[in-house]
Design a protein around this ligand. Structure first.
Ligand code: FES
Length: 504
């Protein structure tokens, strides 16, 4: 039996039909609504809430747990606007008459950026960015690979979603795929697999072996090239970014770090790189955090102390709807520094915390602290949120320590710390050091890379020999698999502390 379904977001309304028993999330995905479904529909994240109206009845339900049983209206929010990292290029020239065009693409798990390039002179014609349209299939690469495991046509569906989005982005740039001479894609290994139509699942399961490293071993498609990958979790975004950093030709030893749902890192210089990846989880993208959200309009992106107490900045300047990764790091850094969070990660209750913070604190029924950030108490941090962030920061910090140890170096031996990617650029490195995620010594040696992956993709299209260099650089990377690595396990436990209690 079919039912009539009206889907409404702030941006559009769609009338459609659905079969009895269809999952609401499936219907939303099918109609291309960019809803948040962080856990990929497993009922675990609670972020896919929609308003379901059937007759007179109106209720808030999880889209991934509720089915269509009658004619209905679904009210949903879509991921739009906010902080997507790319160097704005002058006005988009709708120069589709130019037959010498190519496009560089940064294919992120969370965001996608496409830049149009004139091949004859290397000119940048314009760039557009959007949240990855695969968001309704999960916030991180593992959820998306899981979707492919559970649905035989999963890889094909995800491929279609991203290709359709690419076409829409190109259309906004005044061109189409068929008019491009080349499309160069730099993304993590799973995203590149999905784009190329390869099943990403083998990367999500031990021994985490990709089907292709994009060194000519993938099925070739006319006009599309990918940045070479080092391993399942050190992808083309890292090789492209390393090329953009120029580190591979410098006589220095530096750390290159790209933190997203995975923390990918490389340590080295002109002698080659030692690389690894840690599963930092999607906490830094605001996922798995009670009031967490992506860095879109309404997200608290910075938290600071001022003469009135605690202040914060909201993306878009309006009402705070939640808090994103950079805001979470600031908040946690502040709470650690003020000893409102203990070295072991316990969020203190109002009676134990320093007096100036007690007004912000409450407790849950189990005696755990809750820190209320906004006056109306709608945005807050719980003890279990602190725990999630603690796991994520420990993974990143442990990855860094393992690279240092295996290179026989200390943090203060390094020349610079290159931070790539959206989160790396928006977070305050000082706050990241306060929670023990980044070595304190490196906070004064930071180079913000911006969207390094896009930069590398652009270079591959415009600079002679850049693709050859990219391949050489990739071959100079030595990958360390951290799962099961004794040094990593040891460091991970050690790095779980926010600070040494003796510091107090
Ligand atoms: S709870 Fe529905 S997508 Fe996570």
């Amino acid at each position: 039996m079919s039912f009539h379904v009206t889907i409404r977001s702030a941006h559009r309304q769609v009338e459609t039909t659905a079969e009895e028993g269809d999952l609401i999330l499936t219907v939303l995905r099918h109609e291309g609504f960019a809803v948040t479904a962080i856990c990929g529909g497993r009922g675990a994240c609670g972020k896919c809430t929609v308003t379901l109206i059937t007759g007179e009845k109106k209720r808030r339900v999880l889209a991934c747990r509720n089915r269509i049983t009658a004619d209905c209206t679904i009210l949903t929010e879509e991921i739009r606007g906010g902080a997507i990292l790319y160097d704005a290029v002058a006005d988009v020239s709708k120069d589709s008459g130019n037959k010498d065009l190519a496009a560089a693409m940064d294919l992120g798990t969370t965001t996608v950026v496409v830049e149009l390039i004139g091949l004859s002179d290397g000119s940048r014609k314009g760039a557009v960015a959007e949240w990855n349209a695969q968001a309704p299939y999960g916030a991180d690469v593992i959820s998306r690979a899981q979707y492919c495991a559970e649905h035989a046509d999963g890889p094909l569906i995800l491929k279609r979603v991203i290709r359709k989005q690419t076409d829409e982005l190109l259309e906004r740039l005044g061109t189409k795929r068929s008019e491009l001479k080349r499309l160069f894609i730099a993304g993590n290994t799973i995203m590149q697999h999905i784009y190329a139509g390869l099943d990403p699942l083998p990367i999500a399961r031990a021994p985490f072996t990709p089907q292709a490293y994009f060194i000519g071993d993938e099925p070739q498609e006319q006009g599309i090239s990918y940045a070479p990958c080092v391993a399942g979790y050190v992808g083309g975004d890292i090789t492209a970014g390393l090329m953009a950093s120029g580190l591979y030709k410098r006589k220095e030893c530096s750390l290159y770090l790209d933190i997203g749902t995975n923390g990918e890192m490389a340590l080295g210089g002109d002698d080659g790189f030692l690389c690894c990846a840690v599963a930092s989880g999607p906490a830094f993208e605001g996922a798995g955090i009670t009031c967490g959200m992506p860095a879109t309009v309404g997200a608290i992106c910075h938290v600071f102390r001022n003469e009135d107490g605690i202040g914060y900045e909201v993306i878009g300047g309006g009402f705070a709807k939640g808090i994103c990764g950079s805001g979470l790091i600031d908040l946690l850094g502040m709470l650690c520094q003020a000893r409102v969070v203990s070295g072991t990660g316990r969020l203190l209750g109002p009676d134990e915390a320093p007096e100036e913070f007690s007004g912000y604190l409450g407790g849950d029924e189990n005696g755990n602290g809750i820190f209320y950030l906004t006056e109306d108490r709608s945005v807050f941090l719980t003890a279990s949120d602190v725990r999630q962030l603690q796991l994520a920061k420990a993974a990143v910090a442990a990855g860094i320590q393992v690279l240092l140890k295996k290179s026989g170096l200390r943090a203060d031996n390094l020349d610079r710390l290159y931070l790539a990617g959206g989160f790396g650029n928006y977070m305050d490195p000082g706050s990241a050091a306060k929670i023990g995620m980044l070595p304190e010594e490196l906070t004064s040696r930071i180079v913000l890379m911006g969207n390094a992956s896009l930069m590398g993709a652009r270079m591959a299209l415009t600079e002679p020999d850049a693709e050859k260099r990219l391949l050489e650089l990739r071959n100079s990377c030595r990958y360390i698999e951290l799962s099961g690595d004794a040094d990593f396990n040891e460091e991970y436990v050690e790095q779980m502390f926010f600070y040494e209690e003796d510091d107090e």
